[in-house]
Design a protein around this ligand. Structure first.
Ligand code: PLP
Length: 494
């Protein structure tokens, strides 16, 4: 297998203003040290995937307009610190120093002072719109008798629901027949089925980096290998997806499949723009890589709706190279356990065959309820979006007040903020936060190989009061880590 190589221009772009930053901190810091630090932070942030080769010293010196000696010294610092591994006759590849993933920090246990009810910010999921869900199940009960004379098990789903789902795609500009739809027990089930049919152990699967943690787990469980392609939040919707990176990673690793979340991405909330969608479907076609697009969050646009399904873009609209996953979990309620796959009818048939080894269909009552909710969704979704907008502002206000140094990515939808902290202490923070009444998912859960120690996801899927309490707890936990803001390193508190 060919080693993936990082281009000098890509690295220069990701390093951004590394020199200015080092000047601010210490005018006396030599350039080679500042450069090594810049690269080290990119590794921790998941911007440089582990195992890729850094640009040659000559190439990087030329792009950064530095002397070759500076680059050699920088690489040598990184090598000494364990961030670069050199093998004879090949380029140095990026690594994490031994023991980084378990950083061994220990913390004093604190109990919350008075209020010991826990704010669970480890899930990005809302409570149900109770009235609408109750009505949907009442209607489902009315429709149930017509199914009772049948055996009730349908691997592709009941016709009534497949019709509604196909109609929703058509409304969004993507011609779809019910034969292209398979109902699943959630989007996670959909992905797992697709992985089992489309990949074999050892196959590469491209992923957004960061990405949805349970998707990563599913990829690993089938023995496939996730290939991270960094998301760049600071580049905004037009540049956050490094599509050149997707193309070159697809070519260099001969990936079978890409699993991407271009619609209000979990955890950043970013949304890929039109030209990006066009380009993505072109890449899938050129590289013969199956593109699996997870649209679980698509209804939760807060600032602007999604430009449209990725499968509707590109030269052959409705392309067989793009498979779309959907779900009722975020739009309505996770407890419904209803999701779906939109794909070529031939693939739907293969998936239905594979499904029998796992389950024999999604419960009819849940499918009927989902059909009612999806067929008449406008009011419920408008309310949900309004709630999320309000909650997002409440969380941003609380953060500005309690953790003003943290930098949030504010995507145009979804349910969570992805925050860059001033120090790489995410795992320690998640371990300490329960002592302050908050549950958190640490940044590294959203990436591979220990990346994202400087990041944390905070969902705003709860009422504003809970969010304020949650942020307060996170801030108190962060303070105990005694972060030295200048050095950006954690210090042990005994
Ligand atoms: C991007 C993404 N995909 C899939 C899922 C799982 O969806 P479901 O509950 O339909 O299995 C989630 C849930 O958080 C998600 O955020």
């Amino acid at each position: 297998m060919m080693t993936r190589a990082l281009g000098a221009h890509s690295l220069a772009r990701d390093l951004g203003n590394w020199q200015d930053d080092s000047n601010r901190r210490s005018a006396a810091r030599p350039a080679y040290r500042a450069l090594a630090e810049g690269i080290r932070l990119l590794v921790h942030d998941g911007r440089i995937p582990l195992g890729v080769a850094l640009p040659s010293e000559r190439e990087l010196a030329s792009v950064l307009e530095l002397s070759r000696t500076t680059i050699t010294s920088s690489y040598s610092v990184l090598r000494d610190e364990g961030y670069l591994i050199s093998r004879q006759g090949s380029r140095s590849t990026v690594a994490l120093p031994h023991g980084t993933r378990q950083n061994g920090l220990m913390f004093r246990a604190h109990l919350p002072d008075s209020d010991n009810s826990v704010v669970d910010l480890s899930y990005a999921a809302m409570a149900a719109p109770a009235e609408a869900v109750e009505q949907a199940y009442s209607a489902a009960l009315q429709s149930l008798p017509q199914f009772l004379p049948t055996h009730g098990m349908e691997p592709v789903g009941i016709a009534a629901l497949r019709d509604v789902i196909a109609e929703r795609y058509r409304r969004r500009g993507l011609d779809t027949a019910p034969e292209q739809i398979m109902v699943t027990s959630g989007a996670q089930h959909a992905l797992r089925l697709l992985l089992s049919v489309l990949t074999a152990p050892g196959d590469r699967v491209l992923i957004d980096h960061p990405t949805y943690p349970n998707a990563l787990e599913a990829i690993r469980r089938v023995g496939a290998r996730p290939v991270p392609v960094p998301i760049r939040p600071e580049a905004g919707s037009s540049g956050a997806w490094d599509l050149d990176g997707v193309r070159s990673a697809a070519r260099q690793t001969a990936a079978r499949m890409a699993y991407l979340i271009p619609d209000f991405h979990n955890p950043t909330g970013l949304c890929l723009d039109e030209s990006g969608r066009e380009e993505l479907s072109k890449i899938a076609r050129e590289t013969r890589m199956m593109l699996v697009v997870d649209e679980t969050m698509v209804d939760l646009w807060l600032d602007a709706p999604s430009p449209g399904p990725v499968a509707a873009y590109g030269p052959g609209k409705g392309s067989a190279d793009v498979v779309t996953i959907g779900s009722a979990a975020k739009s309505f309620w996770g407890g419904l356990r209803v999701g779906w796959i939109r794909a070529d009818p031939a693939l739907i048939t293969r998936l239905a065959g594979a499904r029998a080894a796992v389950d024999l269909g999604t419960p009819v009552m849940d499918q009927l309820a989902a059909a009612h909710l999806l067929a008449d969704d406008e009011l419920v979704l408008a309310r949900r979006r309004a709630e999320l907008r309000e909650q997002r502002s409440a969380m941003l206000d609380a953060l500005a007040d309690r953790l003003p140094d943290w930098v949030p990515t504010i995507g145009s939808g979804g349910m969570s903020l992805w925050l860059r902290m001033t120090a790489p202490v995410s795992t320690a923070l998640a371990a300490t936060a329960p002592n302050y009444g908050v549950l958190l998912a640490a940044g590294p859960r959203f990436g591979v190989e220990g990346a994202f120690e400087r990041f944390v996801r905070l969902p705003y899927a709860r009422v504003a009061d809970d969010l304020r309490r949650g942020v307060n707890g996170v801030a108190m936990a962060y303070e105990t880590l005694a972060v030295d803001r200048d050095l950006g390193e954690p210090r042990l508190v005994i």
